[in-house]
Design a protein around this ligand. Structure first.
Ligand code: TXA
Ligand code: MG
Length: 352
């Protein structure tokens, strides 16, 4: 166990002495959790194998699932990637800093452990002043997966980070809750047309507008477990985002969903299970269960995405045995939300 130092920082104008303190830990091979616009990341010097190995250990993350490398300037990509296709340059101009991770062929300066032995590397420039200040003060690219224990919902606040990693990491930079709430979109630029491997904070519809031709990898929209050989992104095959409670997702037309959710809730409560329902503002008053929570209005997927991981963690704190979640639309951020819900349930999906 180490003592984890919690430093409160201003999210817009981070105090430079606190950033320097955190950056010193990174430079010495330590582990620093920090906010991005999507979720909190757990950072280590991406060029230091030992530090990255310690990062995997702290998260209990399988070694075959590489983290995203965060840069403070789009130019830094050229040192880390072997080739930067023109389409990628266009995306970097349009979307960085922002919630878009690009996959490139990697350069030989990147240690094997950082890319889990792959020939490719995932890179993004985050849109958060604390993250950018930390990368710049550390003077190295920062490898940072989400700052949760492997398999748990990603952290959208410093409190979530501490729930999972207190005593396992050196520092948490606490700048309050994150804005987007789901992780970045992962886009593979080593294939043409580029392919979305993980839907996220940059909606597919916008990428389509800019690129014209772009595809969704089958797992990005999966409604069942996709065989491993088809899973190009290593993270695809691991269970993810899962609360301790068993989970089921009910998808379909809203009225039918409400009836089915209530029927399931009755069934589980008769079995003496503590039942949680993950609802939306439009439906929340129509449920009878032990704990009912709303993600927000279906008309604002930004709010739904922002609340998702926080509410999944709350159900665990409430001691729910079962969570019954409503499906939502897969448009815009809804695609990322549904991808996380389906994965969290282990693809335990009921269609009505
Ligand atoms: O918003 C985010 O992306 C957050 C913040 C902290 O930046 N980070 C994040 O990292 O979600 P992580 O490690 O939890 O997810 C990284 C995803 C995984 O699904 C991983 O498999 C994939 O990116 N990935 C990393 N390197 C890859 C590569 N070379 N090829 C394909 N997929 C890769
Ligand atoms: Mg993660």
């Amino acid at each position: 166990m180490k003592k984890t130092l919690v430093l409160k920082v201003d999210s817009l104008k981070p105090e430079i002495e606190k950033i320097r303190l955190a950056a010193d830990f990174i430079k010495k091979g330590g582990l620093v959790a920090f906010p991005t616009e999507t979720v909190y990341g757990l950072g280590a010097d991406a060029l230091n194998s030992k530090a990255v190995l310690a990062l995997f250990e702290a998260k209990k993350r399988p070694l075959d699932n590489p983290p995203i490398v965060h840069v403070g300037d789009a130019k830094d990509v050229y040192g880390l990637a072997e080739k930067v296709p023109p389409k990628a340059e266009r995306l970097m101009k349009e979307f960085w800093p922002g919630p878009l991770t690009l996959i490139f062929e990697r350069s030989s300066v990147v240690p094997h452990v950082t890319v889990a032995g792959l020939d490719t590397i995932a890179i993004r420039m985050p849109r958060h002043n604390v993250a950018l200040a930390l990368v710049r003060e550390s003077d190295c690219p920062i490898a940072a997966p989400s700052a949760n224990l492997a398999g748990k919902p990603s952290p959208t606040s410093a409190e979530h980070v501490l729930e999972d990693l207190d005593g396992r990491i050196d520092v948490v930079l606490d700048a309050g809750p994150t804005h987007i709430g789901v992780e970045s979109t992962v886009l593979d630029m080593t294939v043409d047309p580029p392919q979305v491997l993980r839907p996220g904070g940059t909606p597919f519809e916008i990428l389509k507008e800019v690129l014209g031709d772009v595809e969704l990898h089958p797992v990005a929209v999966a409604e069942e477990v996709v065989p491993v050989e088809r899973a190009r992104s290593p993270g695809m095959k691991h269970r993810h985002y899962a609360p301790d409670a068993d989970m089921v997702v009910v998808e379909g037309e809203m009225a039918a969903v409400v009836d089915k959710v209530n029927e399931l809730a009755r069934f589980y409560m008769q079995e003496s299970k503590k039942v949680g329902v993950l609802a939306t503002d439009e439906t929340v008053r129509r449920y009878r269960a032990d704990v009912v929570k709303s993600l927000g209005s279906r008309s604002d997927m930004g709010v739904v995405a922002r609340n998702l991981f926080k509410l999944l963690r709350e159900f665990d704190l409430d001691g729910a045995d079962v969570i019954i979640a409503e499906g939502v639309s897969t448009e815009w951020l809804g695609l990322a939300v549904m991808n996380r819900l389906r994965k969290a349930s282990g693809y335990n999906i009921i269609r009505v």
